[in-house]
Design a protein around this ligand. Structure first.
Ligand code: DC
Length: 222
């Protein structure tokens, strides 16, 4: 049976950074489920569909075939055969992904793909509902958090490093709004699974978080 590590938490908590490092250390496959929701979001943005238009979203979701592959161990996301990885990490696409992730038609399709990937191989999968809905049988579940100010500061620095100037206040407000939407939606809201270990990374370095998770893995895989 494959070993599954589920990492959930709010936007900007450092899930993908941590999950990638853990996957590399353990030679597991890293699956970024947020990128799949972003690919769906991109599909609707390109079609000019508003996130409130539920009928149009549900219909267009049926025409979106989202798949993933790997190039040099980096996850690539394909939308109807086109590699869209380079278009996914913008605030516009992230907000659209968050808005449309409330629709059953969108979630059903992506969850089926996620479950299939984890059944076949050892994975570190990150998202919002991995421990609660996608892989409830995962052997290790982590709920990774950090204060909204720390998360905003990280995103601000990430943007700055890419030459993009942003306002810390605007970024923090955006993060709080996204948390609210992800935590209050009806289907698979972001919440800590009962058997997840909560790790608050506000005052921890990346390496400290990684070694905390690796230690937990070693305990569970004995
Ligand atoms: O982790 P991210 O910022 O790339 O995710 C973008 C949005 O996708 C997030 O705001 C909510 C949604 N999402 C989800 O509903 N379930 C997941 N497992 C992953 C992401």
């Amino acid at each position: 049976m494959s070993f599954n590590i589920a990492i959930d938490g709010p936007a900007g908590a450092g899930k993908s950074t941590i999950a990638k490092k853990i996957a590399a250390k353990l030679s597991f496959i890293y699956v970024d489920t947020g990128a799949m929701y972003r690919a769906m979001g991109l599909h609707f943005l390109r079609k000019g569909i508003r996130p409130e238009d539920s009928a149009a979203i549900e219909a267009a979701a049926l025409e979106a075939d989202v798949t993933i592959g790997y190039e040099n161990k980096e996850q690539q996301v394909y939308l109807n055969g086109e590699n869209v990885t380079g278009f996914l990490r913008t605030e516009e696409v992230g907000n659209m992904a968050s808005s449309v992730s409330v629709y059953p038609g969108v979630r059903r399709q992506l969850m089926a793909l996620q479950k299939e990937l984890a059944a076949r191989q050892d994975v570190v999968m990150d998202g919002r509902d991995i421990g609660t809905a996608v892989l409830p049988q995962a052997q290790l579940k982590i709920y990774l958090t950090a204060s909204s100010r720390v998360r905003a500061l990280r995103r601000y620095q990430e943007l700055k490093a890419r030459g993009i100037d942003g306002s810390l206040e605007v970024i923090e407000a955006d993060i709080i709004e996204r948390d609210e939407r992800d935590m209050t939606r009806e289907i698979s809201p972001l919440c800590k699974a009962e058997d997840a270990v909560e790790v608050d990374s506000s005052e921890m370095t990346i390496e400290q978080v990684v070694s905390t998770v690796i230690d937990l893995y070693r305990e569970r895989s004995r």
